[in-house]
Design a protein around this ligand. Sequence first.
Ligand code: GRF
Length: 195
Amino acid sequence: MSATKLPIVVLLSGSGSNLQSIIDATAKGMPVDIRAVISNRPDAYGLTRAHDAGIDTAVLEHGNFADRESYDQALQQLIDSYAPKLVVLAGFMRILSDDFVRHYEGRMMNIHPSLLPKYRGLHTHARALEAGDEVAGCTVHYVTPELDAGPILMQARVPVLDGDTPETLAARVLEQEHKIYPEAIRQFAEQWLKR
Ligand code: GRF
């Protein structure tokens, strides 16, 4: 019997509101099976969201590893034990080693809170405000070894409003993240199911 749902693993470090949008989309019929949610932080609220949705969770703390390579090797083994066809980074606050990224080339996505190629890295909203940008947004992209530089899959734009702070702008962008991330995953799933 061929699979009817795309198996995915989600990696996160924090609140997991993007994870929630993916969980909600699967509840509404998106053909995706979230096999596991993995966090490098034991206190990530995203783990609670996963648990509440009946999804397997695992914690792999980077503090227990000597270096990035050994952490990433253990993480890769853990991810692959769930045999995902797509790895979804949803606020996973780690720089990834090249070998790890290459292992998942073309099957690992990230969401970034800026209109890439603008503002790779951190503090994207403060940087957009400092630059006087009139439009901000978010980007879903494939992960490649260069940080936040992989092929773009989907973007959404929002206006920057008078009086915006990094927090108000982040909240407006996050609403769009919750739309385009499940949508990009759905498109990947539909392609995969047609294979
Ligand atoms: C989001 O802003 C996302 O763009 C960035 O990390 C944040 C994660 O938020 N990569 P959440 O944990 O999904 O709420």
